[in-house]
Each structure stands twice: as structure tokens, then as C-alpha cells.
Design a protein around this ligand. Structure first.
Ligand code: NDP
Length: 251
């Protein structure tokens, strides 16, 4: 395996959820810079539009925009989106499930059922819905990659991280289930990334006292994201990646 990012994403169609900000925004821009046609899914239209303009001005392939609130979306809405993607691109070569909400860090006994529902919907149920309903498009790719974004508290839920930790734990379960089902029957690769501490709005909300300059930027994650979403992979499947262990593996 090489640490060198794949050189060319030309002709790859990749959806990024939560593309308007943070890691998702950097991932979408980086994929476009490498030649991918990115489908930008997010809830704040102005953020998606400014990224769309940035990508177009850079000379990268024109991205698609999908304004969608994963908290309130329905199967009907996702099916309409799938039909539009089918019409315009006829397949999907990658999905980066990146969007998520942090919720409140709170003792379990004090947590609110409404917040459990919201966090599980955005962080877990929405990726289930998207993956199921986009599956026929992913199956048409010769070399598709589905990446789920977890967290250090997803592998081992930690006190007070409440619904966020459990949603990521469930997401890792979904990724491993899917990876096992597809192992010998499909070329689709399914992997999990734990980005670990990264300088974004979510990190600042989780650790308000932390100096952001002590935390890595989303750009530093991109070699790993390009590796997993591109075609230079070594058949990686059903694995959990974090940037530190991946770099260590590479040297
Ligand atoms: P940010 O909060 O910076 O960005 C999250 C993105 O998800 C935003 O674009 C946001 O949209 C979008 N989003 C949130 N809710 C919805 C919704 N209901 N519908 C559609 N889009 C939505 O988070 P990060 O970039 O930090 O996190 C990216 C991923 O990495 C997440 O899955 C997170 O759990 C994970 N992670 C991050 C770590 C870190 O240190 N940053 C550490 C471990 C894991 P909008 O722009 O409209 O707010």
C-alpha cells in the first residue's frame, strides 16, 4: 500500500453527505480537485452553493447539489434524488457518509428521548436509508466504495457521549454487516473512518476549551479519504481506519 493519493478520479461520481462544512466540505473539494464529479448533499443551501462556485471556478468537473435535511428526509425524497442521479450520471462510484450531529453530552438518565431520536435519525437511520435506496446505483459501478464516518466513541461508547456514541456504534455495526454480506458476492468495498480530533465546528463544540491550533486540519485527513474512495486501494474492505494507524501502517 502506498501513502500517495490516487492521481485521478476522472469519471468517478462520488456523493458526500454533510458537504457544506468541516471535513465533508474539504473532502468534496479535494475529490473534485482530483477530477471526481461530486454530489454535494447537505442541509444549508448557501454553503452548498458557495462550495459549488468554488469547485466550478477551480476548473474541476461541475458538481451536483442535493439540498436535503437528513433529520426530516423520507424514502420518497431519497427515491426522487436517486432517480435524478440515475438520469444524470447513471451510477455512483462512491458514498462518503459524513454528515452527523453531536447532540448533548449528558448523563443517560437525564437525556431526552427526542434528542435520541434526532441523533439516531441523522447519524444512523439516514445512512441506512441512503445506502439502501442508492444501492442499485452503487451496484452499477465497477469499483464502488462506501465509507461510513465513525468516531473514537463509536468503537467503545464513552460515559456522557449519549446518543452520539451509540449512533456511531450502530453505524460501525451497519458497515461491518454490509461488508460481510458483500464480501464474496460484490466488488463494492465498505469501510469505516474514524477521523479522530479534527479542527471543525463540531470539534469546537465538543471541546470548547481546546486551542484549535493544537488539532489537525481536515486537509490532513485527505490522503486517507482519497485512498478509500479512489481506485488505488488494495481491496480494503470491512476495515476501520483512523489517520494515525493508517500512516503508521504505511511507513
Ligand atoms: P461539522 O459539524 O463541522 O460538519 C457536519 C456537516 O454535517 C455539516 O455540513 C452539517 O450541515 C451536516 N449536517 C448536520 N446535520 C445534517 C442534517 N440533518 N442533514 C444534512 N446535513 C447535516 O462536523 P465535522 O466535519 O467535524 O464531522 C464530520 C464527520 O466526522 C461527522 O460524522 C463526525 O461525527 C465525524 N467526526 C469528527 C471529528 C472531529 O474531531 N471533527 C472526530 C470524530 C468523528 P450544516 O453545514 O448545514 O451545519
Amino acid at each position: 500500500m502506498t501513502n500517495k493519493p490516487p492521481q485521478d478520479f476522472k469519471d468517478r461520481i462520488v456523493m458526500v453527505t454533510g458537504a457544506g462544512d468541516g471535513i465533508g466540505r474539504t473532502a468534496a473539494k479535494t475529490l473534485a480537485d482530483h477530477g471526481a464529479t461530486v454530489i454535494l448533499l447537505g442541509r444549508t443551501v448557501s454553503k452548498l452553493e458557495s462550495l459549488y462556485d468554488e469547485i466550478c471556478q477551480s476548473g474541476a468537473p461541475e458538481p451536483g447539489i442535493v439540498p436535503m435535511d437528513l433529520l426530516t428526509t423520507t424514502e420518497e425524497v431519497i427515491n426522487e434524488m436517486a432517480a435524478a442521479i440515475d438520469q444524470q450520471y447513471s451510477r455512483l462510484d462512491g458514498i462518503l457518509h459524513n454528515a452527523s450531529i453531536l447532540g448533548t453530552r449528558i448523563p443517560f438518565a437525564s437525556s431526552s428521548l427526542n434528542e435520541w431520536r434526532d441523533v439516531m435519525q441523522v447519524n444512523f437511520i439516514a445512512p441506512v436509508m441512503l445506502t439502501r435506496l442508492l444501492f442499485p446505483l452503487v451496484e452499477r459501478s465497477k469499483d464502488a466504495s462506501v465509507v461510513f464516518t465513525s468516531s473514537s466513541v463509536g468503537n467503545k461508547p464513552r460515559a456522557y457521549w449519549s446518543a452520539y456514541a451509540v449512533s456511531k456504534y450502530a453505524l460501525e455495526g451497519l458497515a461491518l454487516l454490509l461488508a460481510d454480506e458483500l464480501e464474496n458476492t460484490s466488488p463494492i468495498r465498505v469501510n469505516i473512518v474514524n477521523p479522530a480530533a479534527t479542527r471543525t465546528a463540531m470539534r469546537a463544540a465538543a471541546y470548547p476549551a481546546e486551542d484549535p491550533d493544537t488539532v489537525k486540519t481536515p486537509d490532513e485527513l485527505m490522503p486517507l479519504y482519497l485512498y478509500l474512495l479512489g481506485t488505488d486501494h488494495q481491496g480494503e474492505h470491512g476495515e476501520l481506519f483512523d489517520p494515525r494507524s493508517w500512516e503508521a501502517r504505511d511507513r
